[in-house]
Design a protein around this ligand. Structure first.
Ligand code: F0G
Length: 487
């Protein structure tokens, strides 16, 4: 296929429709249960969408992690898995895929992204070190801190603006990076971390121009650059769409350009290759050797790294499919459709549309709910209640209390509605839009939440909350008044 091929399909009507360039051959029946049963489910789950079972969920938009649809070729490849503890041929195929897609000679497998973060942090972080990054991810920050390091976020002024037209909100602020190196000294900077399609600010990409600028600073001070490539396919797609220099380049050329600008790349395969697992790759033998011994210690033998061999096979195929623009653009196109519709209908949503999912600005949506009563958590629970759509809180509940036990209010309160690749149909997306609009119209009925069970670490996973007033019952009554006996 020509590298400058356009994958857009224009409709005669002029309507912008993200046409599916795949067909569905294996299906899973979904449950859309009555709102009264959903009320019971969310009460039992402590108003925490992580604690719901999928029996009660209609559209699972919690995450794209391990939930993207696999291709026919991926599933087929699992049958030829060469189950061997050491030296499996499946692993050889994975190494070839790493070479082809990431242009990297050396690879270390890991059971998922955070396992790669464990290895990298243990090897490269000393107590007192700092790690500048465009924005943190929860597991990344936890591993860096566990090893005595401190995360420094050096995003641009545009990054946290909910409404923006900036094509690359994931860019790093180069002037701030220079200041940090000057302040702490290059020897204290363990590495600079760039996260593709930056998760916690709404799946926002960075540009290659920005990567080049980061590289230049890093080179000047001999600092290693680490790339979190969990969502690199989407970032490469946005570069092709939004950075003129790369308009006519293939996804493969863009990926190679990106990887060529860093010293070490790691990823969660639960995202990038629509499988499970993870890994670390580099072209620097010295860097590779420093980490190598930790793989058999924490993960498993070098040729499976905690993954099943079936997963290794499917990962190899999934990685190569990352080079196919119709695969990696599917989720961003559905996200763009949903964001455009929500914007048109006046629902506060993060713009421009990014990768991973649609991010609703809960701070604005529930402006009457104080931040100390967790508006993003309340919105996630309320949206599940009225629609059966499960999203994820990405706000104050997802952050950690300070040393005095006080809540640290998040920079932005978001409800994330993930769009796993090739999983949902457009009418399902329309349903989510419709119910969100109804909820926005009835937003004043939604109140806050407070914890009654709060784990000391990663509280967003297991914590339980209750409403500060009987608002869920009022919401159910209004739903019935407006929708009658509709599910
Ligand atoms: N880095 C990024 C950017 C991620 O989004 C994730 C996971 C990880 C690392 C950790 O990888 O889950 O395989 O251990 N993100 C998931 C999410 C959990 O829902 O966004 P993992």
């Amino acid at each position: 296929m020509a590298s400058n091929q356009s994958y857009n399909v224009k409709f005669f009507s002029g309507e912008e429709v993200p046409l599916e360039l795949h067909k569905v051959r294996i299906v899973q029946k979904l449950n859309l249960i009555p709102i009264e049963e959903r009320l019971k489910a969310i009460v039992e789950g402590g108003f925490n969408t992580f604690l719901l079972t999928t029996k009660t969920v209609f559209l699972d938009m919690l995450t794209d992690s391990g939930t993207n649809a696999m291709s026919d070729n991926q599933v087929a490849s699992m049958l030829r898995a060469d189950d061997a503890y050491a030296g499996s041929q499946s692993y050889m195929r994975l190494e070839e895929a790493i070479q082809q897609v990431f242009n990297c000679k050396y690879f270390l497998p890991a059971h998922q992204g955070r396992a790669a973060e464990n290895i990298i942090s243990r090897v490269f972080i000393k107590p007192g070190d700092v790690v500048p990054m465009n924005y943190h991810f929860t597991t990344t920050k936890a591993h860096i801190e566990l090893n005595g390091g401190t995360v420094l976020e050096i995003y641009t002024d545009e990054a946290l603006k909910v409404k923006s037209k900036h094509p690359f909100k994931g860019n790093m602020d180069i002037a701030k990076l220079e200041q940090i190196i000057k302040k702490y000294g290059a020897s204290k900077v363990a590495f600079i971390r760039l996260e593709a399609s930056t998760n916690l600010i709404g799946g926002q990409p960075f540009s290659i121009a920005n990567m080049r600028a980061v590289r230049k600073v890093a080179k000047k001070h001999a600092i290693m650059v680490v790339l979190d490539a969990s969502l690199i396919g989407e970032n490469a797609y946005f570069i092709k769409q939004r950075e003129t220099e790369f308009k006519n380049k293939s996804i493969k050329q863009i990926l190679h350009e990106m990887i060529g600008l860093v010293d070490l790349t790691y990823f969660s395969s639960r995202k990038v290759s629509s499988t499970r697992g993870g890994g670390i790759c580099t072209n620097n033998k010295e860097i590779h050797n420093k980490m190598k011994d930790l793989v058999p210690l924490f993960e498993g033998f070098y040729t499976y790294g905690g993954m099943s061999i079936r997963e290794v096979e499917a990962m190899a195929i999934g990685l190569v499919e990352t080079l196919d623009e119709t695969v990696i653009s599917q989720s961003p196109k559905f996200i763009r459709y949903m964001v455009n519709e929500l914007e048109r209908l006046g629902v506060p949503v993060v713009t421009p549309a990014g990768g991973l999912g649609v991010h609703i600005d809960a701070g604005q949506f529930l402006a009457h709910v104080p931040q100390a009563e967790y508006p993003a958590g309340a919105l996630a629970a309320a949206f599940f209640l009225i629609s059966g759509v499960r999203g994820m809180e990405r706000g104050t509940i997802s952050s950690v209390r300070d040393a005095n036990g006080n809540d640290v209010l998040a920079d932005i309160e978001l409800l994330r509605l993930a769009m796993p690749r090739r999983v949902f149909t457009l009418s399902q997306v329309k349903y989510a839009i419709d119910r969100l609009c109804w909820l926005y119209k009835n937003r004043k009925l939604v109140g806050g939440l407070k914890f009654y069970e709060e784990p000391p670490v990663l509280r967003f996973f297991g914590g339980k909350l209750k409403p500060t007033s009987p608002w869920p019952q009022k919401l159910v009554a209004k739903f019935r008044a407006d929708f009658g006996d509709s599910l």
